[in-house]
Design a protein around this ligand. Structure first.
Ligand SMILES: Nc1ncnc2c1ncn2[C@@H]1O[C@H](COP(=O)(O)OP(=O)(O)OP(=O)(O)O)[C@@H](O)[C@H]1O
Ligand SMILES: [Mg+2]
Length: 255
């Protein structure tokens, strides 16, 4: 089966910091791939190249087997890639409902094109459903401005956005970071639901237990390089942590 995403030999430097060194990975249709590695390994840089935030210095990106040039975040979205960044990109002054639809607001009188008024009722109703699904417990009115939310709640809102538009490929950069127990369960449930719906996901996380719970495969980066990959089936926490750290934790010796 042609992979939904193939990244081939991607390199990227910031001044004299080489964040990515010829990194390659792929994600198959309906597959959940966990991207692992210690702080500064290059994970966020890799996904920012895929989502049009950074331009790689070298390498190729293929979507459904076709080489694509992703120059802007808009081009990534148009290619079917929805990304939730680590430093979430919500508009703090706007309401929860507006954030959920930012740039894709449902309109009434759609024949008016760009002049059509936003359908606020539809946005608020969808917002309520999404908040419940993502596991936000606190009763939050969809009209609440995002600036009034906690970090974890903002993260959940950003994830609801991806859920809403259900792209071919969903990229999540540390989606459970800062989240409470209920919200974390909501995110893991979301990943499973999306996978069951045939979507592909690339998920960055430091939580190896979450990898075992929801991923099919893992890819490990160290200092900008992809150094290991494997199937989750048959793997265990210590084994994966050993690959991340580059030491054999089971033997306590250098790998
Ligand atoms: N915009 C930037 N300008 C300069 N250096 C950068 C920039 N973005 C990332 N880097 C550097 O590139 C390297 C990789 O960073 P990156 O954010 O990709 O790591 P990461 O694997 O996502 O780490 P973490 O787990 O901490 O999020 C680091 O050394 C970082 O300091
Ligand atoms: Mg990162």
């Amino acid at each position: 089966m042609t992979p939904v995403l193939e990244v081939e030999n991607l390199s990227k430097s910031f001044g004299n910091v080489q964040a990515l060194r010829s990194a390659s990975l792929s994600v198959a249709p309906g597959e959940v791939v966990a991207l692992l590695g210690d702080n500064g390994a290059g994970k966020s840089t890799l996904i920012k190249c895929i989502s049009g935030v950074h331009r790689p210095d070298a390498g190729l990106i293929r979507i459904d087997g076709r080489t694509v040039a992703i120059r802007t975040p808009r081009e990534a979205i148009d290619a079917g890639i929805e990304t939730i960044h680590q430093d979430s990109s919500l508009a703090a002054d706007l309401s929860i409902a507006r954030n959920l639809f930012l740039g894709r607001e449902p309109t009434r009188l759609s024949w008016l094109g760009a002049l059509a008024p936003m359908d606020r009722g539809a946005m608020q109703a969808s917002a309520r459903t999404l908040l419940a699904r993502v596991g936000i417990r606190r009763a939050l009115a969809p009209a609440t401005p995002v600036s009034a939310l906690s970090g974890g709640e903002r993260q959940s809102i950003a994830i609801s956005r991806a859920m809403q538009f259900a792209a071919r490929l969903i990229i999540l950069d540390e989606p459970t970071n800062n989240l409470g127990v209920e919200e974390t369960r909501g995110v893991l449930r979301f990943i499973r639901e999306m996978r069951e719906g045939g979507h592909s996901l690339l998920v960055i996380t430091h939580n190896v237990h979450h990898v075992l719970a929801v991923a099919d495969r893992f890819v490990v980066m160290r200092r900008g390089e992809v150094v290991a990959e494997g199937a989750v089936a048959g793997s265990d926490v210590l084994g994966i942590e050993s690959l991340i750290m580059g030491v054999d934790l089971k033997a306590g010796a250098e790998a």
